[in-house]
Design a protein around this ligand. Structure first.
Ligand code: TEU
Length: 581
């Protein structure tokens, strides 16, 4: 068994502060609002809270464009509120990790302002500059993720600065040792305020490509340099230095957002020596429906591909790293709307998706509202959008005639980051219990049916199912440490796998369709399941640990109801143990 660590045994809950809970009645979520919901979070059973950025920011990229690393954005409260949040979370046994966004700053950060004041300013080298191409224009054909070239001209000096996301997010130059020292010192200050670790934004990209030449043009006529950046081995040096300088001797957890990282990269980043990161978010399973117009299409995620990608990461990091498991975050549309069912089977599919993810090996993440089965929004006009990525894509693709307007709105309703960012649905009251004022972005009208208050007291609600699922993780070490073995990898409708640990096996099987299906268990389980009811076999038997279906027919007929998920446990001497006790 792998070395036991608390962050492997934890469930993390992601809070997107703007949309979580508005404590002061201005329509925007804030820290006092979060504090008011700590009992709810502790009741859910999660172990760690991850706060998306709470730092001062012009808000162009909803807080991922930071203008001051050392303070709290006044919209969210003050440092006293933050310290109260840490103390109150700890008092309930919850750990708290914060977002560390050090691949880039806001263009309004004082460092960048100083860097633009002149070529000789000491902060100039904190960013990445280049002269125009010989014939004028940007230094190369690299594109920014949020549209346009990855270079913007600084008129004063005549040089271009690099930005992989938007022009308002200039890339930091990690080659500069003084910059790195400042970042580590900043991290130590947050640790001394009691935080328990960091979620590191696009940390795989901090070392820029070694090669600044043009690359093959993709969507929009630009080359996407992210894979080239992620391949620069210097990222490992920087992270080892960060570990030594900022984290050594502290019992913290780190999760890196590893955009464009390969399995090989992830093995190094999360190696069991623990000298880089504890785990990474990889995106291969989220990007399976991408295409020529980036993510803007209605293609959908093919289940067999999803299964093989998940298995690749499960097997690929086994004993050599650690997975972070997620279906949702603040950048992704709601998974229930992608792979589940928003209608008749909404609750069943929400629970099935949860089982499928939480029973894999790795640390599961729950994104706010996921535990209620919250769905995508239906956007009918660009005025409803707040996400700058969606807005700029809407303008660009519609203007250039690449995507007709009606189609683009449909794609946005399916894929926009704003689907995740609608306010949390606490109750059926006006404002969904999120706010008493006008919310900063529209609330999904389905809050009257889908909300926490309704689900808290109802047996069989999605919320109560998550509690049960989280409890199982604590009760059975195999859920955390068991090896993952794929089962029926080619089945187009059922995602099934085994977990194996010390003579114990779990069989997890999830119906991703609205049909009733017969689905045979693996050989070793067939008799054990048949015997389970009759208690005939004294050597081996099986028990149904969890199902999302009230009258599951799996143990008697090997049949799955629409979107049914079952978890069956078999241990060699289960019956004997029962007889002895
Ligand atoms: O995201 C980085 C990233 O590459 C993607 O998640 C990307 O935003 C998404 O696929 C586009 O649809 C991180 C943050 O999570 C995101 O919110 C920020 O916008 C981005 O970095 C820049 O800081």
């Amino acid at each position: 068994m792998d070395e036991r660590r608390w962050w492997k045994e934890s469930v993390v809950y992601q809070i997107y502060p703007q949309s979580f809970c508005d404590g002061n009645g201005d329509g925007v979520g804030d820290i006092p609002g979060i504090i008011s919901k700590l009992d709810y979070l502790a009741g859910l059973g999660v172990d760690v809270l991850w706060l998306s950025p709470i730092y001062p920011s012009p808000g162009y990229d909803s807080g991922y464009d930071i203008s001051d690393y050392e303070a709290i954005d006044p919209r969210y409260g003050g440092m006293e509120d933050f310290e109260r949040l840490v103390a109150q979370a700890h008092a309930r046994g919850l750990r708290l990790i914060i977002d560390l966004v050090v691949n880039h700053t806001s263009n309004e950060h004082p460092w960048f302002k100083a860097a633009c004041s002149g070529k000789n300013d000491p902060k100039r080298d904190y960013y990445i500059w280049n002269n125009p191409a010989p014939g004028g224009g940007p230094p190369n054909n690299w594109g920014a993720l949020f549209g346009g070239p990855a270079w913007t001209l600084d008129e004063k000096s005549g040089q271009y600065y690099l930005h992989l996301f938007s022009p308002k997010q200039p890339e930091l130059n990690w080659e500069n040792p003084q910059l790195r020292r400042e970042i580590y010192a900043m991290m130590r200050r947050w640790l001394s305020r009691g935080v328990d670790g960091f979620r590191m934004d696009v940390i795989s990209l901090i070392a820029k490509p070694d090669d600044f030449s043009d690359g093959p043009a993709g969507p929009g006529g630009y080359f996407d340099p992210r894979a080239r950046a992620a391949a620069n081995p210097k990222v490992h040096e920087y992270l080892r230095e960060m570990r030594r300088e900022a984290l050594a001797g502290r019992d913290v957890m780190t999760v890196g957002e590893a955009s464009a990282a390969t399995l090989e990269d992830a093995r190094r980043l999360t190696n069991p020596r623990g000298d880089e990161l504890d785990m990474v978010f990889q995106f291969e399973h989220m990007d399976l429906d991408g295409g020529e117009t980036f993510k803007w299409n209605d293609r959908g995620i093919p289940l067999p591909r999803l299964k093989s990608v998940m298995a690749k990461w499960q097997e690929g990091l086994a004993h050599r790293g650690w997975n972070a498991l997620f279906w949702n975050n603040h950048d992704q549309p709601r998974m229930i709307s992608r792979l589940g069912d928003e209608g008749e089977w909404r609750e069943a599919s929400a629970k099935m998706l949860a089982v499928c993810l939480h029973m894999m090996q790795g640390t599961p993440y729950v994104y706010q509202g996921e535990e209620l089965g919250m769905t995508n929004m239906r956007f009918t006009s660009p005025e409803q959008l707040r996400d700058s990525e969606s807005l700029s894509a809407y303008r660009r693709y519609v203007r250039d005639g690449d995507i007709p307007e009606g189609d683009m709105l449909r794609y946005i309703s399916m894929k926009s980051r704003d689907n995740a960012r609608t306010p949390m649905q606490w109750s059926a009251a006006p404002g969904a219990g999120f706010t008493r004022a006008a919310p900063w972005m529209g609330i999904n009208p389905n809050y009257r049916e889908i909300n926490a208050e309704e689900q808290l007291g109802r047996r069989g609600s999605v919320l109560n199912f998550y509690k049960e699922l989280i409890r199982l993780r604590r009760a059975y070490p195999i859920v955390v440490y068991g090896d993952f073995v794929p089962y029926a990898p080619d089945d187009p409708r059922v995602f099934a796998y085994l977990r194996v640990l010390d003579g114990e096996t779990l069989f997890v099987c999830c119906n991703f369709s609205a049909e009733r299906l017969g689905f045979a268990p693996p050989d070793g389980f067939r008799d054990a399941i048949r015997d389970a009811g009759a208690l005939r076999n004294t050597d081996a038997s099986a028990e149904l640990l969890l199902t999302n279906h009230e009258a599951s027919a799996y143990m008697t007929e090997f049949r799955l109801a629409p979107y049914e998920a079952v978890v069956i446990r078999k241990s060699q001497n289960q019956i004997k143990t029962k007889e002895v006790s």
